[in-house]
Design a binder for this molecule. Sequence first.
Ligand code: UDP
Length: 235
Amino acid sequence: MTYKRILLKLSGEALMGQQQYGIDAERLMQYATEIKTVASKGVEVAIVIGGGNIFRGVQAAAFGLDRVQGDYMGMLATVINSMALQSALEKIDVSTRLLSGLTIQQVCEPYIRRRAVRHLEKGRVVIFGAGIGSPYFTTDSAASLRAIEIEADVVLKGTRVDGIYTADPEKDPNATKFNEISFNEVIEKNLNVMDMTAFTLCKENNLPIIVFDMNTEGNLERLLGGEPLGTLVNS
Ligand code: UDP
């Protein structure tokens, strides 16, 4: 396996599968199975999962709610997704721990970096819930920050597209894919990889990002087995 310790970022929206909202049981189990496969090959796996399938802070205004309140609702949405993924992993006998950026002690451990690293060393899959625990951030930022803190080798951003393109491939048929691109080129070309806070954290800490298609079965294992899938963003 090419990387020893990974931070896998999954979007909440991907969890919807074909549904319009919430969690699709089949997609959830597909993700769990793929994670089990790489974990059983000795890769230390940490996961951050988004909450966009349930609630995003930016939606708050549409409900007449305060933005900060909305962001906390979004963070709680990520905890719901994290609990679902934890349960799916445990169902197939993967040892897991859920560490939360907000204190919800009945359902998850508080986030403590040393504890997270220890769980990983013991072969447990670690899920980071509630983002970084502060409003005005995203789960991409949480993924970058936690990855740096636990000294992950790479952030794997699992999406529904198979990498970074010159333009949106769902809108522009002439868009071409990058196999590899530098942090600076992403900025110069104004490409959308992650929000700037998340992206800058990776850039400044030389943490590579791979954007890949997580919805094609077996891709996570193929990627970690060395196949050149997706797009690698590097210094
Ligand atoms: N959020 C936040 N702080 C964080 C992480 C998340 O306030 O550190 C909130 C924010 O409102 C965000 C929502 O939680 O919109 C859900 O996360 P995100 O939008 O990143 O989920 P994804 O797009 O990956 O499904």
